[in-house]
Design a protein around this ligand. Structure first.
Ligand code: F6R
Length: 270
């Protein structure tokens, strides 16, 4: 696991955008796994800027989002379909037919989930998966106690997550209790994982993920078993890391050319 500590969320978003920029330029047909929530917003804003001002071209990419609320139409103001459209897709030149999100209105969630997994495989697998982390250590919506081998499926949100996400709804009762999410096993098959964490509320989850034991009590901790993970945390989210100085030292000692391309060769080998 490579841990990059940035002075602010803004710097973290820029670091993540530079990594994505390298990936998309090196592999124009890259398959990107995308996340919603507050964390990737700065990253998406910077990707849009690079598209508009620097010609970063998304016309060849394919995208798969991690999750969606069950029972919300794509047009619902709090749906992840709407979030992605407003915060990224409408502003870049991604081909609409290569955008994939779980369908929160699927009549048969199990059949839909199997199909979603098949589509990821048919696309060649996810090259780079963007992740946030829940205050309770979830990735995607794989809440504590999720199987570390799980695949795309229905999950029930914890009270911690319902509480954290109520800000996107009129009141807490409107927050759906169920979601469709890629599984931990699905995420673990991405060639590169890029996890972003900003703010003090994430500090304990980040510590458990990076330095705690690998346990389903903190599903993000399984990323310790993944060969290519970059964690970008701001100072507040990194505040509980015992080895923070070591991570800073390792990153500072890297040659400049390698700082944003550590795992890129893995995408170009195949
Ligand atoms: C969103 C997702 C979640 C969020 C996490 C953090 O697609 O999969 O795991 O990344 O809940 O949310 P924010 O970024 O709003 O703090």
């Amino acid at each position: 696991m490579e841990v990059i500590i940035t002075p602010s969320p803004e710097e973290g978003a820029l670091s993540a955008a530079r990594i994505l920029d390298h990936v998309v330029r090196a592999k124009p047909a890259a398959v990107l796994g995308l996340a919603t929530g507050s964390t990737p917003l700065g990253l998406y804003r910077e990707l849009i800027r690079r598209h508009k001002e620097e010609g970063l071209d998304f016309s060849g990419i394919t995208t798969f989002n991690l999750d969606e609320y069950v029972g919300l139409e794509a047009s619902h103001p709090a749906s992840y379909h709407r979030f992605m459209h407003e915060n990224l897709f409408a502003e870049i030149n991604v081909a609409p037919e290569r955008i994939h999100l779980p369908d929160g209105m699927a009549a048969d969630v199990n059949a839909f989930s199997r199909e979603y997994e098949k589509k990821i495989r048919a696309a060649g697998g996810i090259d780079l998966q963007i992740l946030g982390i829940g205050n309770d250590g979830h990735i995607g919506f794989n809440e504590p106690s999720s199987s570390l081998a799980s695949r795309t499926r229905l999950k029930t949100l914890t009270q911690v997550t319902i509480e954290a996400n109520k800000r996107f709804f009129n009141n807490i009762d409107e927050v759906p209790r169920h979601v469709i999410t890629m599984g931990v096993g699905t995420i673990m098959e991405a060639r590169i994982c890029l996890l972003l964490a900003f703010g003090e509320k994430k500090a304990e989850a980040v510590r458990a993920m990076v330095e705690g034991p690998v346990t389903a009590n903190c599903p993000a901790s399984v990323l310790q078993l993944h060969p290519r993970v970059v964690v970008i945390a701001d100072e507040a989210a990194a505040a509980s890391l015992a080895r923070a100085d070591y991570y800073r030292y390792v990153f500072a000692a890297k040659p400049e050319w390698q700082k944003e391309t550590t795992f890129l060769p893995a995408l170009l080998e195949e």
